[in-house]
Design a protein around this ligand. Structure first.
Ligand code: GRG
Length: 288
């Protein structure tokens, strides 16, 4: 199946499973439930789709990995809600609509992020017909990548709370933690859920880290004018060098797939799409 059709199918499966999860939340605090749906429904679903695609390409059944996939998207949604708060990036819009705190107020947005983060682990632990050992390993991967060894550490560095981002190396490290780690975890979780051998799990993770790093650079290049005060690789070096760095990383992501006997076509296509974006042949990010 071609890339667009697969991504559309994964998005549908993720949105359906996510809505089902939210329908079953006890109605103790309807405003919280509303905010969670508002924050978590939408987006490109690239991380959740990566979980499903890797799982499926390694012979797994998507139904068994859907809980892990929505867990990944809930963690991502929580990170966006908190990232947008006045104490962090103080953004007014997200996914083409007012940010969660603009719509629901700061306190409820903060709690919505907390609830999405915890919901993620409930979803990961509960659904699908996976052997417990695989599920447990996937949950460990998610927790590790989301927390102090991954995304949260990256956010601390990005906010300048632990030293300067004065050189390209420190910005690159921050990008890998903040954005790369969730893509790495997505690919690893899909492989773990499918019962893949360690070299394939590592190869999938390596693709994710290279891809996620490039994804962040491309996103920053897109937002250069909108986010004038942010420290980005392009500002520490130049747009040209940042673009070259993203291209190098995308090519490395493709090479990382060599241990797979049948190349995972979804991951290959995703890397290729971003190479196209960079080369200016297809500048519409929304088309990915
Ligand atoms: C608050 C703990 C905490 C972490 C926040 C990832 C992150 C860390 C913040 C996001 C800031 C941001 C906008 C970074 C640019 C790259 C990026 C991760 C964009 C958002 O991801 P997409 O484009 O979003 O996949 P959609 O809306 O499509 O899901």
């Amino acid at each position: 199946m071609e890339f667009e059709k697969r991504l559309e199918r994964y998005r549908f499966l993720i949105d359906t499973a996510m809505r089902k999860y939210f329908e079953n939340i006890e109605p103790f605090a309807p405003a919280l439930k509303d905010a969670m749906v508002y924050a978590a429904i939408g987006g490109k679903r690239l991380r959740g789709a990566t979980v499903l695609a890797v799982h499926e390409e390694l012979g797994g059944n998507v139904e068994d990995a859907i809980g892990l996939s929505i867990a990944m998207e809930m963690v991502h949604a929580y990170s966006l809600v908190h990232d947008d708060l006045p104490c962090m990036d103080n953004d007014d819009t997200r996914r083409g609509k007012p940010t969660c705190h603009r719509k629901y107020g700061e306190a409820l947005a903060l709690l919505c992020g907390d609830a999405l983060l915890t919901a993620a682990f409930e979803a990961a632990a509960s659904s699908g017909n996976l052997p417990d050992s695989r599920r447990l390993r996937a949950i460990q991967i998610l927790a590790n990548a989301a927390g102090a060894a991954g995304m949260v550490a990256g956010q601390v560095l990005d906010l300048g709370l632990d030293g300067d981002l004065a050189d390209a190396g420190s910005v690159a490290r921050m990008y890998r933690l903040k954005t790369g780690k969730l893509f790495e975890a997505s690919a690893r979780m899909g492989a773990v859920a499918a019962g893949a051998p360690d070299d394939i799990i590592e190869a999938a993770g390596s693709w994710g880290l290279y891809f996620g790093y490039a994804f962040q650079i491309v996103d920053d290049l897109d937002d250069m004018e909108a986010e004038e005060e942010k420290t980005t690789l392009a500002r520490v070096t130049s747009c040209k060098e940042a673009g070259e760095e993203a291209e190098k990383s995308l090519r490395a992501s493709l090479e990382a797939l060599s241990p797979f006997s049948a190349k995972p076509s979804f991951l290959e296509s995703l890397s290729s799409r971003y190479l196209d974006l960079l080369s200016g042949r297809n500048l519409q990010k929304s088309s990915v």
